[in-house]
Design a binder for this molecule. Structure first.
Ligand code: SAH
Length: 397
């Protein structure tokens, strides 16, 4: 079992992550007609079929060849947990024994991640049937653990085990789709699970290409949000490669260099001022906003003065702030502020006319910390609220 950091190059991509043009090149090489490329891509990404035996319009020899090339799911579903509110969490086991998780959240629970006013203009042109569907947001992981080292984050404190290949990231979507209820559809993807999506930019970009390809799932790029600690080069590339259409959530967590460096070690090499400049250059379409994630930590970044400085530092940027009272983690004694401090911080932002929401915290269950469930590969029944509560539950305010 190897836990070494792996950065597969394009040529080493696993077949599940091949794009249609790569399939076409391979079909030519194998002496197969070009339309097979489209058929295979559709089986995988439109139908979600990863078992070659079910690819009924392909010849037996071709199916055998695909199997030889490793066409199968790169992970197994170890556990699917469903809470009363419809949230579903999948614990997935990778080939090398490591575990990851992804979470499916029905729209009703997601006011803080998606603005209603941004949702509608894009729905033009969608069919009657699509409008009737109940949207689900999927939160996916890009790494096992994380190398960024944020002091309040369980994944950061655990360190990086390895980055996921695009095939392992897309497989979370392909598997999650099998757990939709009738009438539901995965409409939004947030790269907000374990790991730093811009650390392995190539894999994240490939996953986005797969998700948005019209021959596959055909998701709208505007429905995809990448959450990052603020890797400047990655933000710039994301803007260039996708024309600013991919949503950005920035884990800012502090309004000034010193405070930010004390909780986010990456801030030393990716200074706040330069990060903010990179955000100003991001080619964001009109009417869209960048989400600023702000984990509130008692005695660190939770004063009203911090709120004021935050607004100053981001002046002129189209933003919405998402306040996240820190969830306790075993690796740190840092804690969320008292409720009044959270409220005072929120009120200050509102007074300064910054759009703002607060994610609810649930209990002090240490198992509920970010990514800890997958990191610890728990027994069924343990820590059932981790990622969802950590990252996604909450209410607009
Ligand atoms: N690497 C990406 C995704 C991380 S997880 C990023 O940094 O954005 C998504 C969010 O949860 C981030 O904003 C992260 O800082 C936050 N987070 C991590 N641990 C937390 C904790 N214990 N309490 C509250 N928020 C936390």
């Amino acid at each position: 079992m190897s836990h070494a950091v792996r950065k597969p190059g394009a040529s080493e991509q696993q077949v599940v992550a091949w794009l249609p043009e790569e399939w076409r090149a391979r079909m030519t090489e194998w002496g197969e007609p070009a339309f097979r490329a489209q058929q295979i891509f559709q089986w995988i990404h439109k139908q979600g079929v990863l078992d070659v035996e079910h690819m009924s319009n392909l010849s037996r020899p071709l199916r055998a060849r695909l199997l030889e090339h490793g066409l199968r799911s790169p992970l197994v579903e170890e556990m699917v947990r469903r809470s009363a509110d419809g949230t579903r969490k999948l614990l997935l086991r990778l080939d090398d024994g490591l575990a990851i998780e992804c979470v499916m959240i029905p729209r009703a629970h997601l006011q803080d991640l998606h603005d209603e006013d941004e949702e509608d203009d894009e729905d033009e042109g969608t069919s009657e049937q699509e409008r009737a569907e109940r949207p689900v947001t999927l939160c996916i992981s890009t790494q096992v653990g994380c190398a960024m080292g944020c002091v309040f984050c369980a994944s950061g404190q655990a360190g990086l085990k390895r980055g996921l290949g695009a095939h392992e990231v897309i497989a979370q979507f392909l598997h999650a789709r099998r757990h939709l209820d009738a009438g539901e559809r995965i409409k939004n993807i947030v790269f907000m699970g374990m790991g730093e999506p811009l650390h392995h930019y190539t894999e994240t970009a490939r996953t986005i290409r797969l998700l948005t390809h019209p021959a596959g799932a055909g998701l709208s790029p505007r429905r995809i949000t990448v959450s990052t600690v603020g890797l400047i080069r990655g933000i710039q590339k994301l803007g260039e490669d996708f024309g600013g259409k991919i949503g950005l959530a920035i884990s800012l967590h502090a309004p000034d260099h010193a405070t930010r460096s004390s909780i986010i070690p990456m801030n030393e090499s990716q200074p706040l001022a330069e990060l903010v400049e990179a955000l100003r250059r991001y080619p964001l379409p009109k009417r869209r906003r960048i989400t600023i994630e702000y984990t509130l930590i008692a005695g660190v970044n939770d004063q009203v003065a911090h709120a004021r400085r935050l607004v100053q530092a981001l002046r002129g940027l189209p933003i919405k702030v998402n306040l996240i009272p820190m969830n306790p983690i075993a690796a740190s004694s840092l804690r969320a502020p008292e409720q009044q401090a959270v409220e005072a911080f929120r009120r200050e932002l509102a007074q300064l006319r910054v759009s703002c929401s607060v994610r609810a915290t649930r209990g002090d269950d240490v198992d509920a910390a970010c990514g800890q469930l997958a990191l610890n590969a728990p027994a069924p029944g343990a820590g059932s609220r981790s990622l969802r509560d950590q990252l996604l539950s909450g209410h607009g305010s």
